[in-house]
Design a protein around this ligand. Sequence first.
Ligand code: HXC
Length: 276
Amino acid sequence: MPNTITTDYLNTTSFKPNLFQDKVVLVTGGAGTICRVQTEAMVILGCKAAIMGRDVEKTDEIAKEIGLLYPDQGFSDPVIGLGGIDVRKVDKIKEGVSKCIKHFGRLDFLICGAAGNFICSVPHLSPNAFNSVISIDLIGSFNTVKACLPYLKQSKGSILFVSATLHFQGTPFQSHVGAAKAGIDALSNSLAVELGPWGIKSNCLAPGAIGNTEGFKRLMKPEYLANASERVPLQRLGTTRDIADTTVYIFSPEASYISGTVITVDGGLRHIGNIF
Ligand code: HXC
């Protein structure tokens, strides 16, 4: 399964074309594998998008590539890159969000996907290393929500955090990420309750073992690779398309009563343990 989706999505999905016409999504980490595919599906279905990332060139390049999927090629720059932004820097995020609003005039959806990760045992994990991951994944998500809040309030928007299943059990060598993602789940629940009266929804998407992604490559033990699929109750690894489809659903009107939920997309794996 390739790590990008194409306009063929329109022929194979049951979501209707132009589902997200006139809507705008802002994505942090949009240049990474999972968030890129989430953005692609949204754009194919008519959503305009702003992608925030640390690397200017990479962010711009991927924004251009995803922009080619936008159905109305008469609209110039349906996907913009907001490069040079580290989610740990509040002022930079605010600048990026302002650019998004200046360009598109509104913001409906937010995907908080910016993340940092590496495998490390607790004895080797320095306080600064732990702090770095918490700062990017958890505090960075909070910073982004704060900067977007006035615009999400106007549009009665929807927030989706890219979480994980690592913290459902204790996953070794992932104490830093497990702690960050557990915090994200808790943050999302509080936002759902506090912001619900404004019409804003907040949810988490927790991908399981999604094949052919950076996370999978880094986390998967080589000895498990051969029979990885068989370990999943549904007998296959997840695909980035599975994540994209769930993302489209959660932002669709059909999910309008879903808030404060962690939607786990893992083929049932969490109930028997962790593939990693
Ligand atoms: C142990 C490490 C380390 C490693 C960095 N550190 N890499 N410790 N093992 N492999 C420590 C450093 O020594 C330093 O601590 C501290 O972390 C901060 O490192 P910096 O490089 O100064 O920080 P920064 O530039 O901010 O980098 C943040 C990062 C980095 C999280 C450490 O890996 C990063 O930016 N990653 C972004 C891309 C990424 O990882 N994406 C993954 C997405 S996939 P000291 O004490 O020395 O100062 C994903 C799915 C799951 O998230 C993936 C599963 C693995």
